[in-house]
Design a protein around this ligand. Structure first.
Ligand SMILES: O=P(O)(O)OC[C@H]1O[C@H](OP(=O)(O)OP(=O)(O)O)[C@H](O)[C@@H]1O
Ligand code: HPA
Length: 183
């Protein structure tokens, strides 16, 4: 995407949640996770790339012993609608008998989380919990998929910021924005 196109998309975007709302949501999620998992020595799996920002911000708020690894699975590949899930990297840490916390930026149609949960189960994880900064409200989410910890809800529009990209850019934007329909 060209620089002027990015700038135009950003200028036309609507702010859905400001930086303070994101920060408050992350603090609440961290408190809920701590209450549930502080004694479990969990393995935290950051789902790259979008999970990088929420995981990076949640980790210092989770003041208990834990281990961190990452998984890289993608199905949007810089586009605004999803396709087939591609695995770029699987976790290096064995999951067998571990309590796993998956952290991602957004739960949309649920296909990514479903595949990750299935993978963790196949690898013998003892318990798997899921945390997403954002859940998109619509009826296209796979019925069996839910997140245990949810920061904020957004309407059924393409959103970016706080880890989420628009055509591969703008993950670093503070707050959560929706693009204009014609973008
Ligand atoms: O619920 P779903 O419809 O499966 O969509 C959610 C997934 O889509 C995005 O990943 P993407 O494939 O765009 O990769 P990214 O993390 O590199 O942005 C996002 O980070 C989630 O992992
Ligand atoms: O609305 C979205 N924004 C960014 N990434 C996404 N991945 C699934 N849905 C979205």
């Amino acid at each position: 995407m060209k620089h002027d196109e990015v700038r135009a998309a950003l200028e036309g975007a609507e702010r859905i949640h400001d930086g303070a709302a994101v920060e408050a949501a992350l603090a609440r999620m961290a408190a809920e996770i701590t209450a549930d998992m502080a004694d479990d020595l969990p393995l935290v799996l950051c789902v790259m790339i979008g999970g990088l920002v929420p995981a990076g911000r949640l980790l210092p708020l989770m003041n208990f012993p834990l281990e961190v690894d990452y998984v890289h699975a993608t199905r949007y590949r810089g586009e605004t609608s999803g396709g087939h899930l591609a695995w770029v990297a699987k976790p290096h840490t064995p999951l067998k008998d571990r309590t796993v916390l998956i952290i991602d930026d957004i739960l949309d149609e649920g296909r990514t989380l479903a595949a990750l949960q299935e993978y963790c189960a196949e690898e013998g994880a003892a318990h798997v919990r899921t945390a997403v900064l954002v859940r998109k409200d619509h009826d296209r989410c796979l019925p069996q998929v839910r997140a245990d910890y949810i920061g904020l809800n957004v309407d059924d529009r393409y959103v970016f910021g706080a880890g989420m990209d628009y055509h591969g850019v703008l993950r670093n934007v503070d707050g959560i924005y929706a693009i204009r329909e014609e973008d």
